[in-house]
Design a protein around this ligand. Structure first.
Ligand code: COA
Length: 149
């Protein structure tokens, strides 16, 4: 179950960095975002950060599962729970963004019902100091996916 937290300890920080290599970006959105942890047998293995985009829209700014617990269905479960939280909070539109190079994430989000909505060209080139390569592809464009909830 996702549980909201107010304190960012080392475990949470490590998880946040798994999904987003920029600590500067993370520090910006956790200031105003809602941070949730996901625990299994009393151990934090996942995090989700939600941030309001408009009066009826909220975005999953960060979602991560610890490396040793990936590919076991927890990410999918956390996405479903994040959707329930967003609905409970009164939003009817949920968005999530990833890179053109994040092929597994693009697959996962579409399997969870998200549809591609927009592309922000050159986002990762302009906003990140480091060059990000995944699946042999440079992360350049931000792909924004959305779901009506
Ligand atoms: N093609 C098709 N489906 C794929 C796929 C691919 N290349 N890669 C993954 N999937 C599917 C799996 O098949 C599975 O779906 P299924 O249950 O229908 O088989 C689903 O995606 C993966 O689900 P799950 O096991 O719940 O994912 P997870 O627990 O590993 O969590 C992340 C997913 C992305 C949260 C996790 O891998 C993670 O923390 N990664 C590092 C951080 C990150 O990249 N965060 C997102 C930033 S945008």
């Amino acid at each position: 179950m996702l549980k909201q937290i107010n304190e960012i300890n080392e475990t949470i920080q490590t998880l946040l960095l798994l999904a987003d290599p920029s600590i500067e970006m993370i520090n910006q959105y956790i200031k105003t975002g809602l941070v949730y942890e996901f625990k299994i047998e009393n151990q934090t293995i996942g995090i989700v950060v939600l941030k309001e985009m408009s009066h009826d829209s909220i975005e999953i700014m960060n979602i991560a599962v610890s490396e040793d617990q990936q590919d076991k269905g927890y990410g999918k479960l956390m996405l479903k729970e994040a959707e329930v939280k967003a609905k409970e909070l009164g939003y009817c539109h949920l968005t999530i963004a990833t890179a053109n190079s994040s092929l597994n994430q693009l697959a996962l989000y579409q399997k969870c019902g998200f549809r591609m909505m927009a592309i922000e060209k050159d986002f990762f080139i302009n906003e990140y100091k480091e060059v990000i390569i995944e699946n042999g592809i440079r992360a350049m464009d931000k792909v924004i996916l959305a779901k009506n909830i």
